[in-house]
Write a protein that binds this ligand. Structure first.
Ligand SMILES: C[S@@+](CC[C@H](N)C(=O)[O-])C[C@H]1O[C@@H](n2cnc3c(N)ncnc32)[C@H](O)[C@@H]1O
Length: 283
């Protein structure tokens, strides 16, 4: 039995215990963290008890947030209700040696993508110019600049002003201001102003990212790499994303080679977040 269920034994009946989430995210440090849990509607009258148990199990958790909606809107935020603890939910999260300050109620952040960020960062070579579209609070850019200090520059575009502000602070606290350039703008607007072509473009927005593939093909150097994220159905994970990529590449007269097909994380029922590593403009 999972520790959370064990702690709730005797307080919840067997039927209720069955519905207690098996896992939840913790974002933050050993001094101050926030837990994000999704409590099913059937046991929502038990949410305070569950939150108390989460805090008892994780002494660093000072606030518990309950997910009451899926991710929505341009900023890809979810509705998170405070069910226990401190109303100030700003934390500093550590992953792979760098720090990320954020408030999960104001910005998108997924601690589960830390390994994927390292996978992308480990491909970056010295001297590259990289564009991170939809850069959020800066985790991909910071992972890249930390892993490859000889990078030329990482350019980031993010539309949510709160996420952009956190990105500015994160660049500062990780001492990367000379390597990362942040723009608080819409990828579609900013792309026409960028006079540069990129060695690598990261597109970490699995829902709706395909609308920006055209921009990516216009901004990628011949021989450059696009990391394109999407959501695939379990029966044929990559087929839809590949079809879209081939179509947009054709309309941009770009020859491509899909070098890697990656199953990143579960994404709802029988679906996965996936990534295609696309070599563009191959001879
Ligand atoms: C799925 S989140 C990813 C954030 C970040 N890359 C990360 O992994 O933590 C997508 C982000 O793209 C931003 N976004 C959505 N549409 C955008 C656009 N047209 N231009 C720039 N940013 C956009 C959202 O505000 C959100 O922060």
């Amino acid at each position: 039995m999972k520790p959370l269920m064990r702690l709730l034994e005797g307080k919840l009946n067997d039927k209720e215990l069955e519905l207690v989430p098996r896992s939840y995210d913790i974002i933050g440090s050993k001094n101050k963290a926030v837990a994000i849990i999704e409590i099913p509607k059937e046991i929502k009258n038990r949410k305070e008890l569950i939150a108390e148990a989460v805090m008892k199990l994780n002494k660093n958790v000072k606030s518990v947030l309950n997910k009451i909606s899926g991710r929505k809107g341009t900023y890809r935020l979810e509705d998170l209700e405070l069910i226990a603890g401190d109303n100030n939910t700003e934390v500093i999260h550590k992953e792979h040696g760098y720090l990320l300050k954020l408030d999960p109620r104001k910005v998108f952040f997924s601690p589960r993508e830390a390994t994927e960020r390292q996978r992308v960062a480990s491909q970056v070579r010295p001297g590259e110019n990289v564009l991170v579209m939809f850069s959020g609070i800066g985790p991909y850019a910071i992972a890249i600049a930390k892993k490859q200090p000889e990078i030329e520059k990482v350019y980031c575009v993010e539309i949510n002003p709160d996420a952009h502000e956190y990105a500015e602070e994160n660049v500062r606290i990780n001492k990367l201001a000379h390597k990362i350039m942040l723009m608080n703008d819409n990828v579609k607007k900013v792309s026409s102003k960028l006079k540069l072509k990129f060695d690598r473009i990261v597109m970490p927005m699995a829902v709706g990212g395909e609308e920006f593939l055209d921009v990516a093909f216009k901004l990628i150097k011949d021989g450059g790499m696009i990391h394109f994220y999407s959501v695939g159905k379990e029966d044929d994970l990559f087929i839809e994303a590949e079809k879209t990529v081939i179509q947009v590449a054709l309309s941009n007269r770009k020859r491509i080679k899909i070098e890697n097909r990656v199953k990143v994380l579960p994404f709802g029922v029988r679906k996965h977040k996936i990534c295609l590593d696309i070599r563009a403009g191959v001879p």
